[in-house]
Design a protein around this ligand. Structure first.
Ligand SMILES: NC(=O)c1ccc[n+]([C@@H]2O[C@H](COP(=O)([O-])OP(=O)(O)OC[C@H]3O[C@@H](n4cnc5c(N)ncnc54)[C@H](O)[C@@H]3O)[C@@H](O)[C@H]2O)c1
Length: 255
């Protein structure tokens, strides 16, 4: 049975229309949180909220627009009260080596994955400082730690920024009772890979030592990420900050 560790909390999940975001929203809601489901895909978050109910507030927001982020934080506060949890999950990825990368594609990657995540942090810190309690979980990537086959360096760089931000925030926000951690997923097949070729996906999937259901079973699933997020936003992790939790089926042991 799912524990109910998040009664009375108010959470924001960005990228909530995507695969991880949907799983994270369901999980935090099932543990008792009120959840604001943010995504630039408004239809996606509205559909998600319809399947769950009133404790989920769908908000269409592009996280690269800091004014829109501040407005969405205010709408979340107005609906549920002060924000206690932020899950920075929205992101994009693509294949592409430097000679295939344009100035624009580099800038877009940094703007969404790195800057957008930071605008979201900034928008919620007032609430957390006032309450002297807060949990921030940033979704990084194995790509930032060891690179990934075929994956664009701009993606690894943007997630490297997310990891650097995580440790800096953890160092400086601890005195306000705010814990900041990151989760580094390995390859989990989702919509984010829709622009990758079958061959590129096969290369990404190739070196996962642990399969969920035995050697020939499935790879990781979004619920694996949601379970890790739920731990890091719950009181069970109140003495954990500045850490990176790998959820990758042992991929880091393979290189
Ligand atoms: N799936 C994997 O293998 C994997 C591995 C490592 C890290 N990650 C990271 O996990 C996160 C979620 O990935 P996913 O696999 O669920 O991808 P996904 O494509 O299913 O979901 C990403 C969501 O982010 C939203 N988004 C993109 N740009 C946005 C913007 N500017 N403003 C608001 N929302 C925006 C998209 O609309 C989408 O709903 C991403 O940050 C990704 O980099 C995924």
């Amino acid at each position: 049975m799912t524990p109910r560790r998040l009664e009375g909390t108010v959470a924001i999940v960005t990228g909530a229309a995507g695969a991880f975001g949907r799983a994270i929203t369901h999980r935090l809601h099932s543990e008792g949180a009120s959840v604001a489901a943010w995504d630039c895909n408004g239809d996606g978050v509205r559909q998600l909220a319809e399947t769950i109910g009133d404790a989920v507030l769908p908000l269409e927001v592009d996280i690269t627009d800091s004014a829109a982020v501040d407005a969405a934080a205010q709408a979340t506060r107005d609906a549920f009260g002060p924000i206690t949890i932020l899950v920075n999950n929205a992101g994009i990825s693509r294949a592409g080596l430097p000679w295939e990368d344009s100035d624009e594609s580099w800038a877009e990657m940094i703007s969404i994955n790195a800057s957008g995540s930071y605008w979201c942090v900034r928008a919620v810190l007032g609430d957390m400082r006032e309450q002297r309690y807060g949990k921030i979980v940033n979704i990084g990537s194995l790509a930032a730690q060891q690179g990934r086959p075929t994956t664009a360096p701009s993606y690894a760089a943007s997630k490297g920024a997310v990891l650097g931000m995580t440790v800096s925030l953890a160092r400086n926000l601890g005195e306000f009772g705010i814990c900041v951690n990151a989760i580094n997923p390995g390859f989990i097949r989702t919509e984010i890979h829709d622009q990758f070729t079958d061959e590129e996906i096969a290369r990404l999937a190739a070196d996962i030592p642990v399969h969920r259901r035995g050697r020939r079973g499935e790879h990781g699933v979004p619920d694996d990420i949601a379970a890790a997020v739920a731990y890091l936003v719950s009181p069970d992790s109140d003495f954990v900050s500045g850490e990176f939790l790998s959820v990758n089926g042992g991929s880091r042991t393979g290189s």
